[in-house]
Design a binder for this molecule. Structure first.
Ligand code: NCW
Length: 465
């Protein structure tokens, strides 16, 4: 039976695209706690680095904060009903550490656990698999005051928090993701300070990355000890494919550097138990404080890799060898199209990176845990919002996924970023990634044309399988 909501406007149903995905492929949407929940002072939640950062003048666009966000904390029924209307088989959300352990370490806040318990039960009642991310950037403020991810102790605190969550939800969460995009936490947060906590110390980024990775590695066995055998555990990385703009030797050299900085910095320790050769020298920095056994802990076997991808980097080699984080990206690229984030639309990049990652690393299964686009949507009070550019973005990137599958990549599912418009970190509410529009003045949700398109694609998939 076709229960898909009918679009108020005609969207073209991509039956041929749906047919290219195998039975049991998971179709989802993703969000993150600080970006959608709001209710930052409720039910015993502690403060996070994003509360502090967004309260600091000049850090976030027009002083926006996640204080109310999309008010999801009070709208679990409505939002999970939306997921049902869209036909999602999985939903990826993140758990706010400061709701569970308000001080970061020590006392547990039962009301925080209750919230996610109810979310997970509601998802299961509605036939949606819960994919839980344990850390999507909202570090408890007291831990930051003790050094945050620069302090090795934070890694142990993360593993303790993980065990607390897994003990309560482990019997029902379908799949676990330890960290979301540790590259962003380390480099944007500690290296260049455009994200919380806003520190600007390139060496700090290297050290923070190591402690994030250590936290991940320590958390994996703690999770496995609490969840039923066979429950998949993984990590989500941003993977940004790097290409050369020409055939020069300098370009090939800089592509390698930029790839080490963007991807191998995290992929190598996790899957090979070592940092990329020459990486710290290429940053003109010192190695992080690695203790004996750290890399064994970090390279604990995983069940899947979560890939977040939006764009690519195109490099033109410099005369003098640059630092790994200052390779020359071509921007703007002539004739290229960009989203509202200024990120180039390059769907082949997703296909290439999936093929390359599956070839170069023993990743097991792969999920695309985020992919999507920000465009400046406006609502005229009508039944939907026309966002044809988001529809064509999603169609082209899903075609890239189909191509990767056809090349043998063990891709098991795809999560669009994002279920709904939300607090886009330093960009505040100015950038909209949702397939559902949020009218922040009323908190009304309106399914965009892209949401109807996605629902119809999923319906076509279900009719085939
Ligand atoms: S900012 C970012 N995002 C967006 C965010 O909403 C989500 O929470 C993240 O997982 C969409 O997906 C991720 N990623 C940062 C990408 C790199 C930006 C590079 C800036 C260089 C200065």
């Amino acid at each position: 039976m076709d229960i898909t909501p009918k679009a108020p406007i005609q969207t073209q149903v991509d039956t041929d695209l749906a047919r290219r995905f195998p039975p049991r492929f998971l179709w989802g949407a993703a969000t993150a706690s600080y970006q959608i929940e709001g209710a930052v002072h409720e039910d015993g939640r502690g403060s996070s680095i994003w509360d502090d950062f967004s309260a600091t003048p000049g850090k976030v666009f027009e002083g926006h904060t996640g204080e109310v966000a999309a008010d999801h904390y009070h709208r679990v029924e409505e939002d999970t009903d939306l997921m049902v209307r869209l036909g999602l088989s999985a939903y990826r959300f993140s758990i706010a550490w400061p709701r569970i352990v308000p001080e970061g370490r020590g006392a547990i806040n039962p009301a925080g656990l209750d919230f996610y318990d109810r979310l997970v039960d509601t998802l299961l009642e509605k036939g949606i698999q819960p994919f839980a991310t344990l850390y999507h950037w909202d570090l408890p403020s007291p831990l930051e005051r003790a050094g945050g991810w620069l302090n090795r102790e934070t890694a142990y605190a993360f593993a303790d928090y993980t065990e607390i969550v897994a003990r309560r939800l482990g019997d029902r969460v379908a799949s676990w993701i330890t960290l979301n995009e540790p590259w962003c936490s380390a480099y944007l947060g500690y290296g260049i300070g455009v994200h919380a906590p806003g520190r600007t110390d390139r060496q700090g980024a290297i050290d923070a990355a190591h402690h994030l990775l250590l936290g991940h590695g320590l958390a994996v066995p703690r999770l496995r000890a609490q969840v039923p055998a066979g429950t998949p555990v993984g990590i989500t990385l941003i993977v940004n494919p790097v290409y050369g703009a020409d055939e020069r030797a300098e370009t090939a050299r800089d592509v390698k550097l930029a790839h080490a900085f963007s991807n191998a910095w995290f992929l190598d320790p996790i899957y090979r138990g070592s940092y990329p050769e020459g990486f710290f020298e290429a940053m003109a920095l010192n190695p992080p404080p690695i203790q004996e056994g750290d890399l064994e802990i970090i390279s604990a076997p995983l069940d899947f890799l979560g890939v977040n991808n939006y764009s690519r980097t195109l490099i033109r080699g410099a005369q003098e060898q640059p630092l790994a984080d200052s390779c020359q990206a071509v921007a703007p690229i002539p004739n290229a199209c960009y989203t509202d984030m200024g990120w180039e639309i390059y769907p082949h990049g997703l296909r290439d990176l999936l093929v390359n990652v599956a070839r170069d690393y023993p990743v097991g299964n792969i999920y695309v845990t985020e992919n999507g686009a920000a465009f400046p949507d406006t609502w005229d009070g009508g039944e939907t919002i026309n966002d044809p550019r988001r529809v064509s973005y999603l169609r082209s990137y899903l075609t890239a996924c189909a191509e990767a599958l056809e090349q043998g990549v063990p891709l098991r599912g795809y999560f669009v970023w994002s279920l709904m418009d939300n607090f886009e970190w330093a960009e505040g509410y100015a950038k909209r990634f949702g397939i559902v529009y949020v009218d922040y003045s009323t908190q009304r949700r309106i399914i965009k044309e892209s949401g109807y398109w996605y629902a119809e694609l999923l319906n076509a998939f279900n009719n085939n399988n």
